[in-house]
Design a protein around this ligand. Structure first.
Ligand SMILES: [Zn+2]
Ligand SMILES: [Zn+2]
Length: 553
């Protein structure tokens, strides 16, 4: 379908390709005046239906096909679900990237690792600034979250005005960076907003998310209770939390070490932008290993049980410098991200078996969420008073709860959409006007593969059913010249007897074919395939993916 029939140039449209109906891999598009603005380009993590895949992301084809009209990519903040796909997908898009200084620092460090640093044009914009990207007039409004510099975007066009909240909460004392700019939100509400596109992560949770300042106080008290080594696992990007862990160490005469590569990357980005001023330099894990056990506090990556993270390696006794023993303590200053229950459980059990005390937010106040709970959402709607609320950044239950809350806050219209649905936001009322093709890509080794595509479906079938390969050698008239060679993967053992009975069954099936059919390769292939599948289905109850090679001599 040509672009012109999708949306008219005088309409302001919104089109999420990722991040609607899910938490992760955000990829939003705004269209106006024949141009497109992309907001965020993030990743998600695979589930058990994606064997071999490291990370997943939205398929950007719709935007890539309109590359000439893609005026820029605006990044709201530096979390992986908002910037993680840039290194993988930017080559298909080629547009300039706009970000505030801390986000730009994080992005540069990531791009340097993939060799893209000098190809990508990064336009740094100060906090609270207003600038144009093509026909879009953008204003940044500082909010608070669980990383420095979370920005809401006011997107103004001649057709209408949108507030894209990004991820946010109202933390009265975020410790690092600015507090939420209520004055700007109130002014915007007075000016008039057509639509608010907003974070739904905690729309089911009553009250408020809570403040980083309270977590700091609690961590300082908690670390004082323990002897021996203490480790704190948290997200590397939560710079306020790193600073709080550092404060907890300092309060109890412990030197503070960073253990894990992503922590050092975030530390560098934070220091470049003045966010760790006043926090003493961290020590390395090598230095920590030399200190008495009660004189060190370790900050570790791995709060989600990630397989190659520092904490997972330490728990597996596989870290080159750091070990934990009975009597040590690990504090998980984090929440369980849905889907990670099993790896986290495994890690915590492994630590418990070693005699390490495990403290989580079930037992103690060691974490606050970075997303708005219901009272904060209500306050936002009271200030901004949009004509339309369009919940994103949440699963179905979160989106529905968010929409209901917006209605309770007197928002005249709410719209819930899925990835690929194009909504006209203005001139109003909001309406779904088209549906574009969407999909997901997975990083599979060095390759980006279509997760809904043929090759990957084959991988899944092989994972669940096993596979078999047979080679049949015949002469031109169909006489079998050698014993069929059959290899079965992932089903039966190396047992010679099993393979021999399979070979016999195949030989018998081919010999039983009509003379004419034996001369056709396709018929021989199909007969062989059926013989193998029938036999394995009878003996094992499995029908493997079966490949047959026919060789005529
Ligand atoms: Zn997010
Ligand atoms: Zn975030």
């Amino acid at each position: 379908m040509p672009a012109a029939t999708l949306n008219k140039p005088d309409e302001l449209v919104f089109l999420p390709l990722g991040g609607a109906g899910e938490i992760g891999m955000n990829l939003n598009l705004y269209g106006y005046g024949g141009k497109w603005l992309m907001v965020d380009l993030g990743i998600s993590f695979p589930d058990e239906t994606m064997p071999g895949v490291e990370i997943i992301m939205a398929d950007p084809s719709f935007a890539a096909e309109r590359k000439a009209d893609l005026v820029g990519l605006m990044i709201t903040h530096a979390h992986e679900d908002h910037i993680g796909a840039i290194s993988h997908l930017w080559p298909r898009l080629g547009c300039p990237i706009y970000a505030t200084p801390f986000t730009a620092s994080v992005l540069r460090l990531k791009l340097a690792e993939t060799g893209l640093l000098h190809s990508v044009k990064i336009v740094e914009q100060p906090l609270g600034s207003r600038f144009n990207i093509g026909p879009f007039d953008i204003e940044l409004i500082s909010l608070t979250h669980s990383i420095p510099e979370p920005n809401a975007l006011v997107i103004r066009t001649a057709a209408g005005t949108v507030l894209h909240t990004g991820d946010w909460k109202f933390d009265p004392n975020p410790l690092v960076g600015q507090t939420s700019d209520f004055a700007a939100l109130t002014r915007l509400g007075e000016e008039g907003v057509d639509a608010l596109i907003g974070d739904s992560t905690n729309a089911l949770r009553a009250g408020e998310a809570g403040s980083e300042a309270d977590v700091r106080e609690s961590l300082i008290e908690l670390v004082g209770r323990y002897d021996n080594r203490v480790a704190i696992a948290c997200f590397a990007s939560n710079v306020a939390r790193l600073q709080s862990a550092a404060a907890a160490g300092a309060a109890h005469g412990r030197q503070v070490a960073l253990v894990g590569r992503s922590l050092w990357r975030m530390e560098q980005a934070a220091r470049e932008n003045g966010y760790l001023d006043g926090t003493a330099a961290f020590i390395t894990d090598e230095e920590a290993a030399e200190l008495p056990r009660d004189k060190v506090l370790l900050i570790c990556t791995g709060s989600q049980g990630e397989p190659r993270s520092a904490l997972t390696r330490i728990a597996g006794n596989d870290h080159q410098n750091i070990s934990l023993d009975a009597g040590d303590t690990v504090i998980f200053s984090s929440r369980v991200i849905p889907g990670n229950e099993r790896p986290i459980g495994r890690l915590q059990n492994q630590l418990a078996k070693m005699g390490v005390k495990v403290v989580t937010d079930d037992e103690h106040f060691v974490h606050v969420s970075g997303h708005p709970a219901r009272d904060e959402l209500s306050r936002m709607y009271q200030m901004v008073r949009p004509k339309v609320a369009l919940p994103v950044h949440g699963e179905a239950r979160h989106l529905i709860a968010h929409a209901q809350l917006a209605e309770d806050c007197q928002v005249p219209q709410t719209v819930i959409i899925e990835n690929g649905e194009m909504v006209r936001l203005a001139p109003g009322p909001a309406k779904v006007i088209d549906q574009v093709e969407t999909g997901r890509l997975g990083l599979d080794g060095k390759n980006l593969v279509q997760l809904d595509g043929g090759a990957f479906k084959m991988r899944l079938r092989m994972t669940f059913n096993g596979s078999a390969v047979a080679t049949i050698v015949l002469d031109r008239r169909g006489k079998v010249l050698a014993l069929p060679q059959i290899t079965v993967h992932g089903l039966i053992g190396e047992d010679a007897e099993d393979t021999m009975s399979l070979t016999k069954a195949v030989e018998k099936a081919i010999n039983g074919m009509p003379a004419g059919a034996k001369m056709e390769d396709e018929a021989v292939r199909e007969t062989t395939r059926l013989a193998i599948r029938r036999m394995l289905s009878n003996s094992l109850g499995k029908k493997p993916v079966t490949e047959v090679h026919v060789v005529r001599v």
